[in-house]
Design a protein around this ligand. Sequence first.
Ligand code: PAF
Length: 279
Amino acid sequence: MQIIKSKAEMTSFVENQKRENRTIGFVPTMGALHEGHLALVRESIKSNSRTVVSIFVNPTQFNNKEDLRLYPRDEQADFEKLRAEKCDAVFFPTVEEMYPEPDERIFDLGSLATVMEGEFRPGHFSGVVQIVTKLFDTVKPNRAYFGKKDFQQLTIIQHITKQLNYNIDIVPVPTVREKDGLAKSSRNKLLTAEQRKIAPKIFEIMSIAVLEKEKYSVQELKNRVVSKIDAIDGLRTEYFDIVNSQTLMSINSWNEKCEKVGCIAVYCGKVRLIDNILF
Ligand code: PAF
């Protein structure tokens, strides 16, 4: 497995592969790899001749300095995990390599980026799109793999890939969960033992809501989820919405003809967890 630090070297690796008619699958990550990331890597290995994983904690998508500082990092362990999966190359650039000068591009993502995560993390998605487009331009993959856990991110990446005419297949991969239902996330490492015990309640309460949906209006069900979560000591809901999976607009009635997804952000102590579920 090659560990590549410069954009020039990364592009030349990919060009050599393409000259041999090999396809490139790409898994962008911020490291602290867990089974959720490895599921993306395995999907990529299945469908492509070469798999490239990037590890880069992108400063421009953090709207909170403390969150960036605390973001878990463990590159040596990440490399070991990727070697074991038989990943072909890791792109592991420095901040200076990716941002030799500040990225002044601002992407207008419309309402996709102003709701939910966009409302509570202003500028977050513009930062995600800045780095993902830089990575796409460097790695030039045939396919790129994104987890459904970051549902809004996935929708935005699908949108921008079309808008900017990238010839890249965006492949969504289902969320991987712990046995107790907690969605795998690098941030789970930041939970104390006590917090780790209550965090699965988030998915449990959403799963019950899915089963109960015939009994309540959309608004009543949303209120129920929030009040059940907030009644647990140590959990505080930032938002919970049930949206059209394409437009990310709130739905008002169960009769609306669209795929419906419940998206949530909850503070478990100081750790912000997100998850979603199909309704
Ligand atoms: O989902 C993530 O880990 C990040 O947002 C991504 C896509 C790697 C961009 O930094």
